[in-house]
Design a protein around this ligand. Structure first.
Ligand code: NAG
Ligand code: NAG
Ligand code: NAG
Ligand code: NAG
Ligand code: NAG
Ligand code: NAG
Ligand code: NAG
Ligand code: NAG
Ligand code: NAG
Ligand code: NAG
Length: 419
């Protein structure tokens, strides 16, 4: 249906752009958390370097503690009155972060390169609700935009005997490989409004990584300005952004992800090909087919026990007569790939093989896609919900997030009882 021609990569600074939400300007004057630099000798403050064992990095980060891809995070426990973080000079200007203490709602703040931000004080909502008062509290932050990132330079803890505490990883791990649809492009809070986030964070008690980037193809080809496809880039630490190109260039300087140093994903979800299936890029069905098999083989070689879910491409919706019809992309080709790993069967729900087919047809309707051809927030929530149930029914995973907010700013309701 060729509806994705607007997925152009953008190398310009987006931070000053006005965000229109249903035609209204969305307020983005988030609380300013910047404070003056905290010197190493400042009384009452204890500094933790970015390689401190207490810090747990979520998603893909490099050896300079620079974050990559969609919704990467940092998490640690603390016993302190204040928590501040200094960001290195590789931090994107004005990048929007979501952060929270324990199970409180997400809070938003913009941070910038070479600056220090105060995230937690006793005035922070929820701080004094911790019982007992000296128990360890959890701090978590997430980068919301897929093209931007932060560099962690130092974490500061303030107070008598202030300290950070290592929070052990959850035992289950899940990976999602995709393009703009999975990175959350055009969702209101981008990465943290995406179906990927809703699914992976929403499952609860799971480590996860969203290796998705707008405009990227599966086949290793230049697509919408991305120099590489996922058969190449998924094996690397950085994504295909302009900032990655600035730091690492193209070629042998791009660092590889050390799969052996991180837990294997129990489940790997792949939603890729919408850009391959576009006349702007013209990847042939046969190139796509072979690249899909290659990617699955790369995953299986590194994570032999990972169950792989292949998501069918929903394409776009077109008006036909006086109704709407869903498109699709490489529909037969994707099914052929799944059959290739399953002795000819499609393996939709369970089955013998490790490659499973997830049929998205019928989940989204035409008004779940926004004017920029990506799911609306509602569309993302629908996809996430269906995938959660699919994973529960197919692999027996319990839904373990049952209270704390996952998606932020989705509380729409009617308070007019009398109309
Ligand atoms: C960041 O700082 C380091 C050392 O402090 C320096 O080597 C590097 O060139 C700086 N990078 C940028 C993009 O300013
Ligand atoms: C904060 O981030 C949002 C989302 O990217 C952006 O619209 C806004 O302009 C940023 N604000 C500042 C002060 O950088
Ligand atoms: C970072 O900020 C400090 C203090 O404002 C300044 O002295 C230093 O030059 C800055 N470094 C970079 C790389 O911008
Ligand atoms: C939490 O307790 C501290 C110390 O007792 C106090 O200064 C602060 O105002 C309290 N915060 C809230 C939100 O009640
Ligand atoms: C918390 O305070 C209680 C009562 O003062 C004390 O018994 C306990 O050891 C403290 N726990 C920590 C982790 O400091
Ligand atoms: C914990 O999980 C993250 C992903 O969320 C992973 O990158 C990291 O390697 C894991 N750490 C350990 C010690 O297993
Ligand atoms: C997209 O996939 C469909 C099959 O579902 C095919 O008919 C169409 O030619 C493909 N378009 C491009 C540009 O690859
Ligand atoms: C892709 O193929 C279509 C149909 O053959 C053609 O019209 C279009 O120009 C091609 N696009 C590119 C980027 O080569
Ligand atoms: C495919 O068939 C072979 C031979 O019957 C069998 O050993 C293998 O387990 C099957 N694989 C799958 C994924 O069903
Ligand atoms: C996917 O779902 C649609 C709608 O229910 C159905 O028409 C189609 O046959 C399904 N595809 C497969 C391969 O089962």
């Amino acid at each position: 249906m060729g509806l994705f021609r607007f997925m152009l990569l953008t190398f310009v600074a987006l931070t000053s752009a006005t965000i229109l939400q249903n035609g209204q300007i969305r307020p983005t004057n988030y609380p300013d958390t910047a404070i003056a630099a905290i010197s190493a000798s400042e009384l009452g403050w204890r500094a933790y370097s970015p390689d401190a064992r207490e810090l747990s990095y979520k998603g893909r980060w490099d050896h300079q503690y620079i974050s990559w891809w969609s919704a990467p995070g940092l998490k640690f426990g603390f016993q302190a009155q204040q928590i501040a973080i200094s960001f290195g000079n590789y931090t994107s200007d004005g990048v929007l972060l979501a952060y929270r203490i324990d199970g409180q709602d997400w809070q938003l703040t913009n941070v910038t390169a070479n600056s220090t931000h105060l995230f937690i004080t006793p005035e922070t909502t929820g701080y004094n609700l911790t019982q007992p008062a000296n128990a360890t509290q959890t701090f978590e932050l997430r980068v919301t935009n897929w093209a931007y990132g932060v560099q962690i330079q130092c974490v500061h803890a303030y107070g008598p005997e202030a300290r950070l505490v290592h929070i052990p990883n959850y035992t289950r791990t899940i990976e999602l490989i995709g393009d703009s649809l999975s990175a959350g492009q055009y969702a209101t809070l981008e990465g943290i409004s995406s179906y990927s986030w809703g699914l992976l964070y929403g499952l609860g008690n799971a480590e996860f990584s969203i290796t998705a980037y707008p405009g990227i193809c599966l086949h290793d080809s230049r697509c919408y300005g991305n120099l590489h496809g996922q058969t190449y880039q998924w094996l690397k630490i950085p994504d295909t952004s302009g900032r990655a190109l600035e730091i690492y260039g193209d070629g042998p300087g791009i660092p590889s992800w050390d799969f052996a140093a991180h837990p294997a994903a129990d489940i790997t979800i792949i939603n890729i090909g919408t850009n391959d299936n576009n006349t702007a890029n013209n990847i042939t069905a046969s190139e796509y087919h072979d690249s899909y098999i290659q990617l699955i083989n790369e995953i299986h070689a590194r994570w032999p026990a990972s169950q792989i879910i292949v998501i069918s491409l929903w394409g776009g919706f077109g008006q036909v007569g006086n109704t709407w019809v869903q498109g699709g992309g490489f529909v037969d080709t994707i099914q052929d790939v799944v059959r290739y790993f399953n002795n000819g069967s499609l393996n939709e729900r369970g089955g013998q093989g490790f490659v499973h087919y997830f049929n998205t047809t019928g989940i989204l309707e035409h008004n779940d896609i926004g004017p920029l051809y990506h799911p609306t927030d509602v569309g993302h929530v629908k996809l996430a919900s269906h995938l959660m149930q699919y994973i529960r029914l197919t692999f027996g995973w319990l839904l373990e997030q049952s209270g704390p907010e996952v998606q932020h700013e989705t509380l729409y309701w009617n308070d007019e009882a009398d109309y």
